[in-house]
Unconditional design. Structure first.
Length: 282
C-alpha cells in the first residue's frame, strides 16, 4: 500500500455543532429541499484484502455539498433527518444512485461489491424490501454484490422488526453487515438471531489501539468470532502504517481507512478499479 494524500481533505461543518431550535428547523427545511432536488451525491471508499492491492468492495458514503463548496457531515444531518422522519427518502436516493453506479461499473467490466449504509429507521420501513427488490431488477444488479451496513444500535432498537426485515433482505440474496460493532451495548443475541454475514468493528478500537493495551486482542478475537460464525470481518479506520502492519496479521480480516484510501468520487475510484484490473492482467 502507499499512503494517498489527496485533494479530498474537505472542510466539514462540524458534527459537534449545537444548533439553536431555529437553526434546527432551518436545517430540516434544507434537508427536505435537498431530497426534492436530489442534491446528495455519493463518494466511495474501498475495502481491501490485506497483503494485496485487491479491492474487495467499495463503501458508498453520502455527501451533501453546499453552494459555498463545503460539505455538511452525514454524522450531523442523518440523525436530524431520522428525527424528522426524512431518512427513508434519503436512503431510497442512496439505494437508487448506488445501484445505478454499480450497474455502470459492471458494464465497464468492473465487478466490485458495493456496501451501502442504511439508517436505524429503515428497518421499520415496510416499503424498503420492495424498493430494494425493484431497484435490483431495474438496474440488473446481482444481489450477491450488495452489502447493507446497519449499525448495531439500529438492530437492537426493535429486534423483532429488524429480524423480519433482515430475513427478507437475506432471502433476496443481499449480505447484511453490522456496522460499528462494539460501539455501544453490543449484544451477542444479535449475532445469534439475525442473518449477519459481515461484522465491521467500530473504528474507535483501531484509533485507540496504541493507547489501550487490550484493543488489538479484542479486534483479533472479534475476527475469530466472525470466522467461526461464517461471517466476514472488516477493520475500518486505519489511519497509519503502524496500525496497518499490526492489523494485517489478523487472518481473513478486510481492511479500510484513510491510510489505504480516502473516500472519493466515482470517477476517481474508477481509476483504482482500473489499476486493480491491470494487476490481474500481469
Ligand atoms: P460509517 O458507516 O461507520 O463510515 C465510516 C466513516 O469514517 C465515514 O465518515 C468515513 O469517511 C470515515 N473514515 C474512513 N476512513 C477513516 C479513517 O481512517 N479515519 C477516520 N477517523 N475516519 C475514517 P462519513 O462519510 O463522514 O460518514 C459518517 C457516518 O455517517 C457513517 O459512519 C454512517 O454512519 C453515516 N452515513 C454515511 N453515509 C450514509 C448513507 O448513505 N446513509 C446513511 N443512513 N448513513 C450514512
Ligand atoms: Mg459504514
Ligand atoms: Mg462504521
Ligand atoms: Mg470506513
Amino acid at each position: 500500500y502507499e499512503a494517498k494524500k489527496s485533494h479530498y481533505s474537505f472542510c466539514y461543518y462540524s458534527a459537534s455543532y449545537q444548533p439553536s431550535s431555529k437553526q434546527h428547523m432551518q436545517l430540516i427545511d434544507k434537508i427536505r429541499n435537498a431530497i426534492e432536488k436530489k442534491e446528495f451525491s455519493l463518494h466511495f471508499q474501498p475495502i481491501y484484502i490485506p497483503g494485496t492491492k485487491e479491492i474487495y468492495s467499495v463503501e458508498a458514503l453520502i455527501r451533501w455539498q453546499q453552494p459555498d463548496g463545503r460539505y455538511i457531515s452525514p454524522s450531523l444531518f442523518i440523525p436530524v433527518a431520522e428525527k424528522a422522519g426524512l431518512v427513508s427518502a434519503i436512503s431510497k436516493l442512496v439505494i437508487h444512485q448506488s445501484f445505478q453506479q454499480l450497474s455502470r461499473w459492471q458494464e465497464q467490466g468492473f465487478s466490485p461489491r458495493l456496501q451501502l449504509n442504511l439508517s436505524a429507521h429503515d428497518l421499520g420501513d415496510n416499503q424498503l424490501v420492495e424498493y430494494i427488490q425493484a431497484r435490483l431488477e431495474r438496474f440488473d444488479v446481482d444481489p450477491g454484490h450488495v452489502v447493507l451496513e446497519i449499525t448495531e444500535s439500529a438492530m437492537m432498537r426493535d429486534i423483532q422488526t429488524a429480524k423480519a426485515t433482515m430475513t427478507s433482505l437475506y432471502k433476496l440474496g443481499l449480505t447484511l453487515c453490522v456496522d460499528d460493532f462494539g460501539a455501544g451495548y453490543t449484544c451477542l443475541t444479535m449475532l445469534s438471531d439475525l442473518p449477519i454475514k459481515q461484522i465491521k468493528i467500530d473504528s474507535r478500537y483501531v484509533i485507540e489501539m496504541s493507547r489501550k493495551n487490550n484493543n488489538f486482542q479484542i479486534i483479533s478475537s472479534v475476527a475469530f468470532l466472525a470466522k467461526n460464525i461464517g461471517a466476514e470481518v472488516v477493520i475500518e479506520g486505519i489511519e497509519n502504517e503502524g496500525q496497518l502492519k499490526r492489523l494485517s496479521s489478523i487472518p481473513n480480516a478486510l481492511l479500510q481507512g484513510h491510510f489505504l484510501c480516502e473516500p472519493m468520487c466515482a470517477r476517481d475510484i474508477e481509476a483504482h478499479l482500473q489499476q486493480e484490473q491491470l494487476l490481474y492482467i500481469d
